[in-house]
Write a protein that binds this ligand. Sequence first.
Ligand SMILES: NC(=O)c1ccc[n+]([C@@H]2O[C@H](COP(=O)([O-])OP(=O)(O)OC[C@H]3O[C@@H](n4cnc5c(N)ncnc54)[C@H](O)[C@@H]3O)[C@@H](O)[C@H]2O)c1
Length: 320
Amino acid sequence: MCLSVRAVILSAVERTVENGKIQNTMKKIAVIGAGTMGNGIAHVFAQNGFQVHLIDIAQTSLDKGMATITKNLDRMMAKEAIDQAKKDTTLGNISTFTNMKEGVSQVDLVVEAATENLDIKLKIFKDLDEACQADTILATNTSSISITQIAAATQRPEKVIGMHFMNPVPIMKLVEIIRGYSTSDKVTETIMELSKKLGKTPTEVNDYPGFVANRILMPMINEAIETLYNGVAGVQEIDMVMKLGMAHPMGPLQLADFIGLDVCLSILNVMYNGFKNPKYAPCPLLVNMVMAGKLGVKSGEGFYDYSESRKAEQVSSQFK
Ligand SMILES: NC(=O)c1ccc[n+]([C@@H]2O[C@H](COP(=O)([O-])OP(=O)(O)OC[C@H]3O[C@@H](n4cnc5c(N)ncnc54)[C@H](O)[C@@H]3O)[C@@H](O)[C@H]2O)c1
């Protein structure tokens, strides 16, 4: 047999063994934060047979998170995508904790999905490094914070990686896998394989501000806000051009409301500061809206008014 063919077969065998090892060893996962993203991540792992420890500092967030998972499973049952038994085993695979140390002590992987704030994340990763077993992989779902900086808060930077799920997690296929400066090949491969096991499509990218998803998305959203700010067109007209003209399922202003205008502002600031390039400077209108507490769907008003419906049907009175 030619050497190169043998090498390819051997490497495939090694991969299979490696995959087998992943399947056998990765059983228990902790998810930190039970908010919008955390409950979706817990749902997807639990539905795929993993034991999930869902952890939040607030019991109310855990209760709300579990109620959302139950509602989403009921919706899947109504569409006959799963049966009652699957719903019951999925819920049975999730335990909730308010004590992080207790929840992470025996797990193979932690996926952190707490509030997007550098100090909060650095403290969580320092504590995780002390509380977790030496071989536990520590992943973060951050939208924009440097994986390298988060990894530097631990003594295991080679085992720290970005696992950026998209919202809503049970539906969206992509997971952006971000390698920090020191993330090892083995950890990257393990997380890529694991994402596939969840039925997702992982894409590997490097650790620079905004990674890939937000580096491309946020300037588009910012430009849509700038277009509105300059009086080129109204809210519905801007969204309509992108929906019908570019086949986007949602217009950029509606999408900004859905993501949260505070989140958009924070990501733009990370890119602006990280690249020192004015093209990422947030539009003054976005800054004003965040200061006024108009954060989009979660606050009831952004570019649209959500007081009567969570759908973007009514343009906010500010923009009529
Ligand atoms: N919302 C999105 O569309 C989206 C998309 C991709 C990634 N992300 C990222 O996911 C992460 C979570 O975002 P979210 O939208 O779910 O936020 P969220 O505000 O809905 O939820 C955050 C949760 O973290 C909890 N929390 C805060 N500090 C904690 C701590 N020390 N320990 C445990 N729990 C703690 C809060 O109580 C809250 O329940 C952020 O890093 C965000 O950038 C968000």
